[in-house]
Design a protein around this ligand. Sequence first.
Ligand code: LLP
Length: 421
Amino acid sequence: MDHFLYRDGVLHAEDVPVTEIAAAVGTPFYAYSTATLTRHFKLFDEALAWGEHLVCFAMKSNSNLAVLKLLGDLGAGVDVVSVGEYLKARAAGIPGERIVFSGVGKTREEMRIALEGGIRQFNVESEPEMIALNEVALSLGKVAPITVRVNPDVDAKTHEKIATGRKEDKFGIPIARAREVYAEAAAMKGLKVVGIDVHIGSQLTDLAPFEAAYTKVADLTRALREDGHEIHRLDLGGGLGIPYERSNAAPPLPSDYGEMIRRTVGDLGCEIEIEPGRLISGNSGLMVSRVIYHKQGEGRDFLILDAAMNDLVRPSMYGAHHDIVPVIEPAPGTEMQPFDIVGPVCESGDTFAKQRPMPPLGEGALVAFRSAGAYGAVMASEYNSRPLIPEVLVQDDQFAVIRARPTFDEMINRDTIPEWL
Ligand code: LLP
């Protein structure tokens, strides 16, 4: 459920007509709903209310400071994967004890900054990383709390580019080697083992792969405890999918997910962490764009938008589907017509949808991409020298620009021409 509905024939973000935001900030732009972000965070928080837990928002999905501040104020932790994310989370007021640090390639400098600034735990992904973290911690006279990310060799049955839990993927340590690796960790004075971490992929629409992975983690917890390790925290990763196509069957709800977690690992007495990104931010955001031209091609019609693959890369990168709806609600009975919906970037991959049934839309019409709050703005670039598009946060009847569109001068002045040229 989200808070983007038609009212009096106009798509609204909460109580604000999308047309009003477009008039104020220009197109294209991202708009996020405070109510939807809040609701989705709370769904997870309530789904785990049966035990001690922390919902760590995967901020790679949406790292705007205002979004982080909103979720942080609700009690969320965050999952970060770079020192840039760590510093943004801190700047948004999230304390170190609510930040977990994931990622396969943490540098020593990143480790140092997080250790000095305060961190809940590092999710360590390899032995070389473990050795480096131990050295950095010892050099600072600190002890780094760690989990080891295990790779459970489970196929998440999701898009090839976002599956992470199979043995051929680059993530984590093979679960079969975990006891050995935990023994090595326990011998390192700069590290303190606090738990186990697992994350098998993103946009999972079935609980079975999660259940298979978490069952393996439960068995590993028992085995590691037998070996004398104090396992009191389980980080179960993110990955629960969202309904990108309203016409499709809905994926499992956070409450079903929470029940499954209870069933698989709930008897271990561990504190549970989860790292959802997409389910919190995805359906909380729209990308709004304007039709530049309606072009009649050879046997097909194109809607050429002012947004492009550099603004929302998911369709070109993963062949992802986003529902695209007119901001002005079509009259009942309006006949639909198939369009190829594209951006102005100079490559054919800059296509958002092919032969998508849409009502007749002419120059200047506004359209909204649904489910664009996750992996939208964060993956944008200035390809084709198109400045990053603004982000807007809506709450009830008010809205604010939470990232301004850079001016052309700002974009140009980011480059420098050497004196000798
Ligand atoms: N934890 C870890 C360690 C992750 O690698 C990820 C996502 C998450 C949590 C959050 O997963 P979520 O709950 O959002 O599914 N750009 C791609 C998605 C990449 C996901 C990468 N890791 C997309 O647009 O579909």
